[in-house]
Write a protein that binds this ligand. Structure first.
Ligand code: HPA
Length: 274
């Protein structure tokens, strides 16, 4: 099988031409309904995904996907407004391509957010969950499979989420008075369907606290490149088998919007300290 062309060099050349010597230190990926952080960025430059070699069009978001370059809390950042999901039909290589681009642009930390279903009965809707660990085993494909490009061939996963960043988040959420913040294990599934009661029961038995359709591929890619990662889930709906309600996207979005200001405040405060 002929290898698919890798557009990483073209993508970097194109982006560098657009942003000049602007050097982002933090990469940020925003989840569904969690784009409010963009308003806090003093924007220097925006680049539409459609214009970047190797990027595919994001299909789920309500606005065109773009990379936003600017300052957050005075620090240079690059923020993905809209991400790629496997369920859109993209290959895992396409899903994680932007992470490779941000890495090559020189980011030193990666911050990720997502909307997730809560399976831990002590959680409530619109809680924030600091991701402490994850389960990748249910993903249909692994983004690191294939010819080795860069970083570790066999990336260690004993500490996928940076402990210093988790400690910083706990300290700052305390200071910001964010009380509805939890810690837990996230599992990524392919979607696009939500899970059955039997599946939630199974995932919960495995000690998993939240479920969603993103993040883990991006984290695997980042860890192969040795990028420190901080990730947070916003619990948008409770997934307890006995009390499960029909999932409605409007409801999920409303719960995400409700928690978004806290998530934004936390990211902003953390970036300030980096
Ligand atoms: N499963 C269940 N509920 C969710 C998900 C999911 O993948 N994402 C957001 N809410």
């Amino acid at each position: 099988m002929a290898a698919k062309q890798d557009y990483i060099n073209e993508a970097i050349a194109f982006v560098k031409e657009q942003v000049g010597d602007f050097q982002p230190l933090v990469g940020i990926v925003l989840g569904t309904g969690l784009n409010g952080l963009l308003k806090e960025i003093e924007v220097e430059r925006e680049i539409l995904y459609a214009d970047i070699p190797g990027f595919v069009e994001a299909t789920v978001e309500f606005h065109p996907g773009k990379l936003v370059f600017g300052r957050l809390s005075g620090k240079p950042v690059v923020c993905m407004s809209g991400r790629f999901h496997y369920y859109e039909g993209h290959s895992m290589a396409q899903v994680v391509f932007p992470i490779r681009v941000m890495y090559k642009l020189g980011i030193k930390n990666l911050f990720i957010s997502n909307a997730a279903g809560g399976m831990n009965p002590s959680f409530s809707e619109s809680d924030l969950m600091i991701i402490q660990d994850h389960v990748a085993l249910f993903l249909p494909e692994n983004p690191l499979v294939g010819p080795h490009k860069e970083g570790d061939r066999f990336p260690d996963m004993s500490e996928p989420y940076d402990l210093n960043l988790i400690a910083l988040a706990e300290q700052l959420s305390d200071r910001l008075g964010i009380e509805n913040i939890k810690k837990g294990v996230y599992v990524s599934v392919s979607g696009p369907n939500l899970e059955t009661r039997a599946e939630y029961r199974l995932l919960r038995m495995l000690g998993i606290d939240a479920v969603g359709m993103s993040t883990v591929p991006e984290v695997l890619m980042a860890r192969q490149l040795n990028l420190p990662v901080f990730a947070i889930s916003v619990i948008t709906d409770m997934c307890i088998p006995e009390t499960l309600k029909k999932a409605e996207i409007e409801h999920i979005l409303a719960a995400a919007f409700k928690a978004e200001p806290q998530m934004t405040a936390l990211f902003k405060a953390m970036v300030e300290k980096l």
